[in-house]
Structure formats: structure tokens, C-alpha cells
Design a protein around this ligand. Sequence first.
Ligand code: GCW
Length: 703
Amino acid sequence: MRTMGRWLVMLVLALLPAWAAAEDGAELWLRYRPLSQAARSQLQRRAAAIVAPAPASPTVLAAVAELQRGVAGLAGREPALSQKIASGALLLATPASRPELGPQLQELGAEGWLLRSTRLQGREVTLIAANTDIGLLYGSFAWLRAAQTGADLARLDLHSAPRIALRLLNHWDNLDRTVERGYAGQSLWDWWKLPDIRDARYVDYARANASLGLNGTVLNNVNAKAESLTAPFLAKAAALADVFRPWGIKVWLSARFSAPVELGGLKTADPLDPAVRAWWRAKADEIYRVIPDFGGFLVKANSEGQPGPQDYGRSHADGANMLADAVAPHGGAVLWRAFVYAHENVDDRAKQAFAEFQPLDGQFAANVIVQVKNGPIDFQPREPFHPLFGAMPKTPLALELQITKEYLGFSTHLAYLGPLFEEVLQADTGRAGTVARSVRAIAGVANIGTDRNWCGSQFDQANWYAFGRMAWDPDLGARAVAQDWAAQTFTTRPAARDAIVELMLMSREAVVDYMTPLGLHHLMGTGHHHGPAPWVDNLERPDWNPTYYHRADRGGIGFDRSPTGSNAVAQYAPPLARLWADPRTTPSELLLWFHHLPWNYAMPSGRTLWAELIAHYDRGVAAVADMRRRWAMLQPDVDAARHAEVAAYLAVQEREARWWRDACIAYFQSVSGLPLPEGVRPPEHELSFYKALRFGFAPGRGG
Ligand code: GCW
């Protein structure tokens, strides 16, 4: 018996390292696994103790706790909290605790930070300095990131301040915990148990966001229920706001425009009606009583069936200004979405938001921000940037990106969105510099849910991460962000890290190629948006039909948005409009977005358009096969559980990439009537096979 016991103990001890190392993605990029021996020694020397301003605010306590946790994990020794400046101290300081720092920090604003290895009172210390406590928290995360990604901690001299003031997640989470376009389980917000029960994950959510520098979150779906503005739900939102506050994250709510009717019993929600205005003012006062730092409202109005000011013959400015008026006394803001299109309007859907909003420039209250999706249609794998960017100089704008991959293969396809975000942020509007320079706020539709790995797949975490990092610094670049993420999430070994980065960087273009190459868009299945359905032409609204977007017929393919067609190009700055008006000067990535061209149109490659299209589909499928090979080679470098999980997802992706390719080629061939070019593999099935596929329970439809 005794021997048995001893054996058991030995067995457990032998297994422990494996358990300790078991990875499921739950820790995101904040894993803090031990560094190499050399890096650990350096870290132990550089983080022997932490000196923080006293008395410490909850935010400073959070920063200290994160530093302790991080150093303990990375270096194996937890730094003690001390009041004495000794060699190897991490010194957290603001001008309030060390007035002499003031001048150095002027440029950093309320959220920026400075990291510097320096000498103080003859001791070698690392200064983490900021104007505010929240800046210290961001600086602490930045220092931990530097430590993790191999920076020379003896020679640190970094500083950073966010370029974009408001950096928000938008949750499309419903009150029943379904998530519209969510592929990562249920909503994190357990509305039923709130406000009494505060799930521990709320803190981890806030930590993760703070580690990226995000400073706000809209809790509920833009397709909003009025109930979220009732007292019981405000108490729940307030509980979340309390949890998030130390992490610098403000709570916002989506507001249903007709709430005064539904909750207040008023006859109208007309924004010019005094009773309606009074109702919203009282509602705002009530919200600020329970959430004193409430960010404000996000509104989807007169879009896809949502109520709005136009129901009463008023403009979007009238509606937005009324809400802005209600939150203004409290310092709040209104994010008013520009995602509008009406099927009664026969004009090109891509033109409608601009046509509606641009003439309103100058009519919005100062605390209204118009929130514009990255492209003029709807979060497609590739779109040109939205023409409203740079075109409303008197109105602050927000850029809305979609982190959840509604149109890029849900969470089962690996598509790193860094390159997509970079493409939009760096697009030159020709009017007000780049898109990044032209916006005051940035919002990302969250991909977060109750899945153990938060995002539905390991690699989808990178998209949350990239959104946050690029919201803080739009000039970082997709590659640099991927390098940090891969080092923090998978491995700090440079060769393996770089191999992961290469795989990530090719992934988005692969999706474009196998789904919607050459500027095609909106070809996916009805409602759930899963899989290809370019043949669909019978939906109640013409502008929901894929055939509306690709316009393929015997003669050719593509949407003519040049001056001979809808002339959507005219909404862009004149030099761009000229470029995109001519197929010969339109980049091939956007060719069929702006032009309807004959199948035998000669592409720069020397191929016909038909052959080029097929080549792109093939390239997309080949890229996924290549991604699988690359991932397989990384087996020795990645823990077994996550390696196997990603490999399984990639197998699904390859199968579905083939499906997209085959179904689209089968359909377009049925329309063009052309033979497949020499050597091209025919689709696996007849077109009728693909048309008959149904996905009744596809995720993400919401409640
Ligand atoms: O992308 C589309 C989605 C809808 C979404 C809408 C929007 C929240 O298919 O699910 O609704 O856009 O952005 O309002």
C-alpha cells in the first residue's frame, strides 16, 4: 500500500509539468510562461521590486498586480511591493507622485506612457511613467509585452500615446445571451445573474482590453431592445461598469430609438417632440446616477428595420442631436451609425450612406460621432474604404470594423485581419489624409463569447488583439502586431514565431481569393452568410441578392460603378474617382467592385478575366493547403493541444475553401457558358448539388 502511494505521488509529479503546460487559449496573450534562462535572469534583475504611488488607486493596484503576476510567470519570482528605490526597481510614477517628471510627460496626454531604463539616486531602475493612473496601467502592460517579446530591458526608452481618442468594442450581444454574428459561444454577459453575480471572466475581459489600450465597450446589440434601458438592466450594466472601471473601460449602451414609446408610453418618438426630448433627458440622468462615467449611446436608426427619426420625417441629425443633448450635461457622446440603405431606393446600395449623411455635415451637435463601416457595403473580405471618410470635415467620425468574421468564414477559418485593418487605416482618402487620421473614434464588432478560448478559435484571438493594438497605434502595421501576438500567445523562439507570422499574413488574402476575388462581394449564403450562394436572386429585397452584386451574365461580370454605371466612384476624391473610373487604372483587387467587364477582358497577367478569376480561386485553395503544411511543421514548437486544435480547424478551412471555389466556378460557368481553361480541375459536383445545400442551424443569427 505504502509503495502504491509513493508510486502514485511520483506519477502525479511526473504528470504535473504536462498539466501545468496544458494550454487551451483561456489565458489569451497574457500567459506569462517562463522565458529562456538568460531572459529570466535579466528580468529578475530588472524587476526585483515595484515602487508605486501611495495610496494606490484601484487602477494602480491593478497595474501592480499585473506586473507581479507577469514577472512571476515570466521570470519565476514575484517582485515585492516596496516604498524604497533600490536597484532593479520598477518605478511607477505620475507627476502627482513625482512632480519633476511633469515636463517629460507633456506630450503623452491622459493615456500615454513612457518606459525608460535610467538611474535614480544612483540606482538602476525602470521608470514606468504617465500623467494618469490609467497611463500607468497601459505602461505596465507595455513593459510586460517588451519583457515577453525580447526587448533589451537595460536599454528601454519607449513612449506612446493613442492616436485615436475612443477605442471601443461593440458587442452585438442580446439580452438572452445569443450573439448576433457571434461564433464563440454565448454572450459573456450573464444578464440573468447580474448584478449580484459578477463572473470572474469580467475581470479577465477588462484586463485583456486594457492590455491593448481599449477604453470602452458597448454592451448590447445595435439591433437593440428597449429593455436594456430599464432600471433592472441599468443596474446590471452598472455592475459591469464597476468591474471595468479600474481598467479604464467605460460602458456604453446601444439605444433603441423608439424606447420613449415602448418604455415611456409616449405616442411618438419624434426627436423634435418636447415630451420625447424630456424622456431621453430623464433617462440619461437616470443612467448617469448609476454609471457616473457612462460613455454614451450607440444608435442604429432607420437601418434594416430599426426605428429612427425618419419614421417621423426627421433627419439623422435631428435624431442624433436629441440624444446628444440628453447626454451632453454629463459629458457623454452619441455614436450614430451611418450603416443605412433602403431597398425602396433604386440607387446602388454602395452609394446610399454617403448620399444620406454627407449633406448633413455641419448639422450634428459637437458630441455626435458618426460611425461608418470600413467599406460602403458590409464588412466583406475586401472593400474599398468608405467614401464618407474625409468627406465630412465638420463631423467627427468613427471607423467601424468587424472583428467577428461574419463574412470571412466565421471562427472556423483562419483569417488574420491585421492586413485588412491596415489596408483601411492606411487608405488615403485624398481629402483628409489616411482613414486613420480622419477619425476620432474606432469601434470593433467583438468576436468574444463564453468559449474557453474566448473567440471561437485560437487564431481569432489575434483579431481582437490586432484591433486593440492598431486602435491605439494605427501605424503599427499588421506584421509587427502579429509578431507580438505570436510571441505572447505561442512562442518566443524567433524562427517559430516568424513562421506563425508568415502564415497569418497570407491568410486574409487566401480568404479573398477563395471567396470573393477581384473585387467580387456579397456572394454568401442567405441569412446566416455561411458558404457560397452566388446564384441567389429571389430574396424579398433586391439588394440582399448576390446576383445584385456580381451582375454576371453571358456578356461579363462585375458591378459598373464607373460614370457609365452607378457612378459611385464620384463619391471619392477626384484623383481617386478618376483612377477607379477606368478599369485599366483600377487595382485588380477592386476591379469587379467598380466595373462590369466582358469575360474575355484582357488582364495585365495576359489571361482573360474568366481565366484570371479561376486562377484566383485556385490560388486561394492552394494557399490554405500551404497554411496547413506550414502549421504541420510547427508541431515541435507549439503545445500539443493547441497544435492539434488549429490543425483540425485548418482541415475544415481547406474543405470549405474548395467548396467555395467549386461552387462559384460551377455557377459562373453556368452563366458565362465558357469552357474551363486547360488544366483546370472541374468542380467536384454539379451546380445543383451546391444549390441544394442547407444550413438550418448555422450560428450567429441571434435572437
Ligand atoms: O453585417 C450586417 C449583419 C447584421 C448586422 C448589420 C449591422 C447588427 O448581417 O447582422 O446587424 O450588418 O451592422 O447593423
